[in-house]
Design a protein around this ligand. Structure first.
Ligand SMILES: Cc1cc2nc3c(=O)[nH]c(=O)nc-3n(C[C@H](O)[C@H](O)[C@H](O)COP(=O)(O)O)c2cc1C
Length: 354
């Protein structure tokens, strides 16, 4: 029998340990998902940067190597309407960098893509029937969500405010990810784009726990077992941990991201919209420092990244997103399986002695 003080997420998702490896588009590999799942946590495969065929391939691999429950994660934003003037203004702002690096300014701007959940992705879910499906930026249209629910999947989504948590519960989520301000990657915010509405994990988790009836998963700034135990004391039934998994050999991170995670100072993360058009937390680099991390001229999500792509080829560290949460210096090199077990074992020991 489980000794965890709250087993609602364990029972709901069919996992042994209340540790959810966060889906991290671009950084999570099927090897990471398999390792976490085999260790007893919930492995999460992000789909936002995969083609439908790549997603099928990843899910096939995961299903071959683990029998544990699987979470598949999608973005569900509205793709923006084209805005040529904004695209031009943005590229003009970046022109000095093109000149400095000798990159052809007049070449067509590449299109950066983060795919939203759609009919084709839904068919993949109907084929593989993952036990859990999580969304970021709200929920998809009801007709699509009904199809996902019909597969039997439990539905999760991120809330960054109490209002979003209540909305997600009312619209059919089985559990809510309370995503604090500390978290790495894109803010899951979807009811407001006002950054002053964003709340830290310590304040957000208990307020969401009080406001909804479904179980709550704490995310953001949880870098070791102290954070896991604290999340339980705040009323969470599980945690979702992202940045700490970037230090595992199963993570796919670029050389500059790898270096920044190990050398930046604790205070050197910020929310930035420069890389995609939506606020996301990453380690400060040159373009964030020089333009300011938030810029009105950045085109709508996910288009902003296109004009930065040619610059990355010449100056990767200066022009790439280096996503990380505020607790990134707690990261320790170990395998995904070890990290999952250590977070759980040490947190349980702390909670037992409370
Ligand atoms: C590199 C990176 C990529 C991320 N990509 C996604 C994603 O594709 N989907 C998603 O729902 N959340 C994404 N997130 C947010 C995480 O799921 C999670 O909420 C967050 O990492 C928790 O905070 P922490 O990084 O402080 O542990 C990402 C986070 C990081 C660090």
């Amino acid at each position: 029998m489980s000794q965890w003080p709250d087993t609602r997420i364990l029972d709901l998702l069919g996992i042994e340990l209340p540790i959810i490896q966060a889906p991290m588009a671009g950084a999570t590999t099927s090897a990471m998902v398999i390792a976490v799942s085999n260790a007893g946590g919930l492995g999460s495969m992000p789909a936002a940067m995969l083609s439908i065929e790549q997603l099928r391939e990843e899910l096939r691999t995961i299903r071959q190597h683990t029998r544990g429950p699987l979470n598949v994660n999608f973005f569900c934003h509205q793709p923006p309407l084209p805005d040529e003037q904004r695209a031009r203004d943005w590229k003009n702002l970046l022109e000095p960098y093109y000149r400095e690096l000798g990159v052809d300014f007049d070449a067509p701007t590449p299109v950066s893509n983060r795919a939203p959940f759609d009919h084709a992705a839904c068919e993949v879910l109907e084929e593989f029937r993952p036990e859990v499906v999580s969304f970021h930026f709200g929920l998809p249209a009801k007709s699509l969500l009904d199809r996902v629910k019909a597969t039997g999947a439990k539905i999760l989504s991120s809330a960054t405010t109490v209002e979003e948590a209540i909305w997600l519960e009312q619209h059919g989520c089985d559990a809510i990810i309370a995503m604090g301000y500390e978290a790495g990657g894109h803010r899951g915010m979807f009811l407001s784009d006002d950054l002053s509405s964003q709340v830290g994990t310590f304040a957000l988790v208990p307020q969401i726990v009080d406001a909804v009836n479904v179980p709550v998963i704490a995310a953001g700034g949880i870098g070791d077992a102290r954070g896991v135990a604290a999340a339980f004391l705040l009323g969470a039934s599980a945690v979702q941990v992202g940045t700490a998994y970037l230090f595992t050999p199963e993570a796919k991170v670029s050389a500059s991201h790898h270096k920044a995670l190990r050398t930046a100072k604790e205070s050197e993360t910020a929310l930035t919209n420069l890389f995609t058009g939506r606020p996301a937390r990453g380690i400060l680099n040159r373009v964030m420092r020089e333009l300011g991390p938030m810029c009105d001229k950045a085109p709508a999500f996910p288009l902003a990244g296109g004009a930065l792509m040619p610059l990355r080829a010449k100056g990767e560290a200066d022009f790439s997103n280096l996503w990380a949460g505020q607790a990134f210096t707690l990261g320790v090199e170990m395998t995904s399986a070890e990290l999952t077990r250590r977070l759980a074992d040490e947190a349980l020991a702390k909670l037992t002695h409370c």
